[in-house]
Design a protein around this ligand. Structure first.
Ligand code: SF4
Length: 474
């Protein structure tokens, strides 16, 4: 493929929504509460764009509830719309928040994107050579130009989306509004989740099924890898443009990113996490008095571990409920401070106990080291750490904030070396096979790139797994 990968800064993990309803007032509220339900997917910025004779948009930095007020939502009345919640903006200015709106010769195109386009630099430079002027310089702007050209050439929006999907390579779950039409687009590997649901008086698209629970609607189905849907207030039209032999659903969605009450590609996230805990207890038992979850990310796994091992579970760590997730804070300093601000030990649970501490993953190790230290300070006799994902040894190229190997504590280190760094008495991770078994999806249909260093598509300098390359099947 030979693509140059644009990875100069932090990359995104986001949530997207789309809605079409017969009620002008309902649509922005669906989008707002949809984004609110997806707040865990991004806390740095959010935006909503609606269609009401022309496109209207409001975006800002911060939490969804801080960006939008009733007055703002009233000004966003419209039948169709899309929204986005962002977790890390390279330059912290609201203009970089999504949806990105591009005025084109075929009308207004608004795009909300979860994922990363690995050949975006190549696409942008060829579009610039053709005379396109980039205002934001984003890959979403590039997609909009490609779409506009496709619509002009073919006169058909579906064909234009198909043409865009042939050109872009990487991970993408998109909601797109082209004038008054709203589409959902999922990449051929299905790396990022995207689903469709029914709403009172309309239909919606969202990164996770939980949105439809929150909106009082009904989750209908996952958008299939390589599929495009169009929603209106009356129904959903589906067209599948690509079908690969093996998909590559991001396993980390099940382990950490998605809300536990979501159902992704047919699997309830909470059940998967609990099963991971059971498998972990089977693979790596511990002699201990109490199982303590790292809240909230390790809770379901800890319940599974306790269930299988027979060791009682207790809330030995309390989380400040107003804190943000540390993994997705954009700078190291913020991450460090936020660990101390967000967790505290319940001394009566820990004092004199042999503790099994269960979490979903260790990325940089900063949080885990501090937690182990806090537990010891509170009187824990032993701390045995059990992790519900295999060691993260390689970067993610598909939109998750793990960009270089030197950020990853497990890259180039043995498990015993990591154990010593975090200060635990023992440390064990679930095996890749155990994880796959717990998720219940064929191993060949998961992306396991960051734990196996084998990626579902060709990444320069990395191994790609057996299957066909994206640029070979299109
Ligand atoms: S590399 Fe890891 S985090 Fe990135 S998409 Fe694949 S499994 Fe998910």
């Amino acid at each position: 493929m030979g693509n140059k990968i644009a990875r100069t800064g932090l990359v995104e993990k986001c949530g997207v929504v789309g809605a079409a309803s017969g009620n002008l007032e309902h649509t922005p509220k669906y989008l707002y509460y949809g984004l609110y339900a997806l707040q865990h997917r991004g806390q740095e910025a959010a935006g909503i764009a609606v269609w009401n004779k022309d496109v209207r948009c409001h975006k800002g930095l911060g939490l969804v509830s801080h960006i939008f007020s009733n007055d703002i939502l009233s000004n966003l009345a419209g039948n169709r719309g899309i929204g986005h919640t962002y977790y890390s903006i390279k330059l912290s200015v609201p203009e970089n928040a999504q949806p990105h709106i591009v005025k084109t010769h075929v009308g207004d195109i608004a795009i909300a994107h979860n994922g990363i386009i690995v050949n975006s630099e190549e696409l942008k430079s060829s579009l610039m050579k053709e005379g396109h002027v980039f205002v934001l310089g984003s890959e979403e702007e590039a997609m909009a130009y490609i779409l506009a050209r496709g619509i002009k050439d073919s006169g058909n929006v579906w064909r234009a989306i198909y043409g865009m999907m042939r050109k872009i390579k990487g991970s993408y779950a998109l909601t797109i509004m082209i004038n008054d039409r709203v589409f959902g687009v999922r990449d051929p590997y299905g790396i990022k989740p995207l689903c469709v649901g029914e709403l009172d008086g309309g239909y919606g698209i969202a990164s996770e099924s939980v949105v439809f629970d929150v909106l009082g609607g009904r989750f209908l189905y996952d958008i299939l890898p390589g599929e495009v849907v169009e929603i209106t207030e009356d129904g959903v039209e589906r067209r599948r443009f690509f079908e690969v032999e093996h998909t590559a659903h991001c396993f980390f969605e099940y382990v950490y990113f998605a809300r536990a009450d979501s159902v992704l590609d047919g699997r309830e996230v909470y059940s998967v996490r609990r099963q991971i805990g059971r498998v972990l207890a089977d693979e790596h038992p511990a002699n201990a008095d109490v199982v303590i979850p790292v809240p909230d990310s390790g809770r379901a796994q800890a319940y599974g571990f306790s269930e299988k091992s027979g060791i009682p579970i207790a809330e030995g760590l309390m989380k400040n409920r107003y804190s943000q997730r540390t993994f997705i804070m954009p700078t190291q300093l913020q991450r460090e401070l936020s660990v101390r601000a967000k967790l505290n030990v319940v001394r009566s649970v820990v004092d004199g106990a042999r503790v099994v501490l269960v979490d979903d993953s260790i990325v940089r190790g900063t949080t885990m080291r501090k937690i182990v230290r806090m537990l010891r300070k509170a009187g824990a006799k032993e701390v045995h750490v059990r992790i519900g994902s295999p060691p993260i040894i390689a970067p993610c190229y598909f939109g998750i904030d793990m960009t270089t190997r030197d950020q990853l504590i497990a890259s180039g280190r043995t498990i015993d070396e990591i154990r010593r760094i975090i200060g635990a008495d023992s440390l064990n991770y679930i095996s890749v096979d155990g994880l796959v078994k717990a998720i219940g999806v064929d191993r060949n249909d998961l992306c396991l790139g960051c734990v196996t260093a084998e990626y579902p598509m060709n990444i320069p300098g990395e191994k790609h797994r057996f299957q066909e390359r994206l640029d070979q099947f299109i």
